[in-house]
Design a protein around this ligand. Sequence first.
Ligand code: PBG
Length: 344
Amino acid sequence: RPLAIETAQEGARVEGLKITQRPRRNRKADWSRRLVREHTLTVDDLIWPLFVIEGKNRREPIASMPGVERQSVDEIVRDAERAARLGIPAVSFFPYTEKSLRDPTGSEALNRDNLVCQAVRAVKRAVPEIGIMTDVALDPYTSHGHDGLLEDGAILNDETVALLVEQSLIQAEAGTDIIAPSDMMDGRVGAIRAGLDKAGFRDVQIMAYAAKYASAFYGPFRDAIGTQAALVGDKRTYQMDPGNGAEALREVALDLDEGADSVMVKPGLPYLDIIRRVKDAFGVPTFAYQVSGEYAMIEAAARNGWLDGERAMVESLLAFKRAGADGVLTYYAPRVAERLRAGA
Ligand code: PBG
């Protein structure tokens, strides 16, 4: 019963609302919707995270991330070539380290020939035009699955930072373009910047995982790099509490002060408010990580026929742009790039 209409017309025949503003006019056709659209997703917004595994010609599915695989270095090169063909600006590498190479101090992180360094060198050689980002943290290499050194149940900060600086230098020597510390130790961005500069890597960028939350949405990633079963306890003494917002601004301020070139908020969709606040407060290049659990949720529902996966993919990525992100790390990168190229 359109009550408002009857009152407005005082019982007279309904001839329509006397309103001048009709937002629906702009939505009436595709051409008009495209004209007034405020935000768009383009291929230039994408960073593609890839999982590296030992071997040759090897691709291995990840159960909790359907459609994503662990790949040997030669296969990583193929995907980097595909990314370049699609126009994706950058790729990022995460290693699945063999169990026998994991130890309490994560010493494989400092092996100049570890999987990440191999992938960086191979991709630099084969696809020199693509940007390469590498993760700095110890968790793919430690037997306990933590991002830092563990002593009596506590994660040591300063001792860990010393190792992260070395890890960064080794990745820079291999040829990485962006160092992305995801460990959440205090003071690591400044220490890494100083280390890089001293060693002559002045042009290697730092993208700080500045506001990284202790999140349940990393589950499938830990499965992908094989740390899920190993992880002793949780990461709440170094990753942020999901109840905090202002603290994210403090973390970003510190990382920028210490020399970060860009910052990241992680996870993505549950933290769109943080992206907006960071972008508004600092106006610096701000990235979102649509993490493994976000990808897995959409894929699980799509594969069950519960939602339209293609549309959910595009909508979720566009939401990051609307929230103020300059770009997104997403496992959907090649799929959405194909779609954008097709003009869909
Ligand atoms: C750890 C790291 C994690 C991710 C990237 N780097 C997981 C964690 O903190 O346990 C998660 C990425 C994802 O879930 O897709 N240094």
